[in-house]
Write a protein that binds this ligand. Structure first.
Ligand code: PLP
Length: 421
């Protein structure tokens, strides 16, 4: 019998999936080498087909926060599956998870479950456009909101500008109403409102950016977005698909004390299963069908297995002190990495996520993030992988901690980073 290897499976996968993967970053394109094919996860660790144990900082791209195979989640899923878990009709499980979300996020007066973060943001924008009767949206360079056409826009030349399609297959018309500003640049957004305020339906933002690596909002940034959207009658959408239950119980809106009109969620609220949700002000959400004229639907939305997994996670996260533990460990890891990589890299951290940037100081926007030494990151990535530590295979992604990343894992990570110096 042939033993499976990572290289062998990747070769086979390349004959089946574009690039051998079902989501591009998994292919290791930015760092080179062969992706690991994982067969098992437990706590902070994954095991690949060759039997190698990997300390995992990908954590399903932030979706897993209790650790892999957390017993309460496994039990909840098994029970839901055992009950025959019918999707497509209402079930009480939807109310359980929604109740937990609303307890953490009082701004979410009404919500709707969908099956991915992409759908959540796409739908929130549709609601904002319907409610305001305006076409344009403002997004920020370096923020990712899923792969819906209008959001696959990059900035053209100039400070704040009309978005250009960022992917083949997206017609220029699809991003015609997407305005792109630099992250952390409230003045650029003010300019956009001064010139096009009557057309802007919404500002959509990752309140802590995590898709150019972790980029923290500067103190004036989110308050300015809140003030401008109020002043011009536009909708403020926080895309908390990553930050939702990761940077605090109650997400970035709780951490920074800014209340958006609509919030998009995903990842953690599904306990590692496919999920998304959008919600917020009641008057806005009442635009959604069947109550209002905004059409949005989903065959498997609110799936009882997903709802049960998500509720099991949020119940654990509601325990007092959980976020203090996550924050303390992530801060300790960040401090250790700063020491270990002194002079080579800088670290940005918020709650249970961080990024090591191969540049002297953490970036404030996409342009600064792009100045990172991506070759140095790739070398660091492989040096850590050789020591059994799996980092995100790109400079421009966040590292995610779980509750299972205890002091021992933090210490082992810092020690490995020291060895790479
Ligand atoms: N919004 C943010 C901030 C994300 O990070 C992502 C995915 O990483 C999405 C939206 C899209 O979510 P999904 O991949 O579930 O469609």
């Amino acid at each position: 019998m042939r033993t499976a290897t990572n290289a062998g499976l990747f070769e086979r996968a390349r004959q089946i999936f574009p690039g051998g993967v079902n989501s591009p970053v998994r292919a290791f394109g930015a760092v080179g080498g062969t992706p690991r094919f994982v067969v098992r996860g437990e706590g902070a660790y994954l095991w690949d087909v060759e039997g190698a144990r990997l300390l995992d900082y990908i954590a399903s791209w932030g979706a897993v926060i209790l650790g892999h195979g957390a017993p309460p989640v496994v039990e909840a899923v098994q029970q839901a599956v055992g009950q025959g878990a019918a999707a497509g009709v209402p079930s009480p499980a939807e109310l359980d998870l929604a109740g937990l979300i609303q307890a953490a996020l009082p701004s979410v007066e009404r919500l709707r479950f969908v099956s991915s973060g992409t759908e959540a943001v796409m739908s929130a924008i549709r609601v904002a456009r319907a409610a305001t009767g305006r076409p344009a949206i403002v997004k920020f360079a370096g923020c990712y909101h899923g792969h819906a056409d209008p959001l696959l826009a990059r900035s053209g030349s100039g400070v704040a500008t009309l978005g250009l399609p960022d992917s083949a297959g997206v017609p220029a018309e699809a991003t015609r109403h997407t305005l792109v500003a630099p992250y952390n640049d409230a003045e650029a957004v003010a300019d956009l409102f001064r010139t096009a305020g009557d057309h802007i339906a919404a500002v959509v933002v990752e309140p802590v950016a995590a898709n150019m690596g972790v980029v923290l909002p500067q103190p004036d940034f989110l308050p300015a977005l809140r003030e401008l959207t109020w002043r011009y009658g536009a909708v403020l959408i926080f895309d908390e698909v990553i930050t939702g239950f990761r940077v605090a119980w109650g997400g970035a809106q709780r951490r920074y004390g800014i209340t958006p009109d609509l919030t998009c969620l995903g990842k953690v609220i599904g306990g590692g299963l496919p999920v998304g949700a959008y919600g917020g002000r009641r008057d806005l959400m009442e635009q959604v069908a069947p109550l209002g004229p905004v059409y949005q639907a989903g065959t498997l939305a609110g799936h009882p297995v997903v709802m049960a997994a998500g509720a099991a996670v949020l119940r654990r996260l509601a325990d007092p002190g959980v976020y203090d533990v996550l924050e303390a460990r992530a801060s300790r890891l960040a401090a250790g990495l700063r020491r270990a990589l002194d002079g080579r890299a800088s670290v940005a951290q918020a709650g249970a996520m961080l990024t090591v940037f191969f540049r002297p100081a953490p970036p404030l926007d996409d342009a600064q993030a792009r100045q990172c030494d991506t070759r140095a990151y790739a070398a660091f990535f492989h040096a850590m992988l050789a020591r059994g530590i799996l980092l995100p295979p790109s400079q421009f992604e966040a590292w995610f901690l779980t509750l299972a990343h205890a002091d021992e894992e933090v210490a082992a990570t810092v020690a490995a980073a020291e060895e790479t110096a």
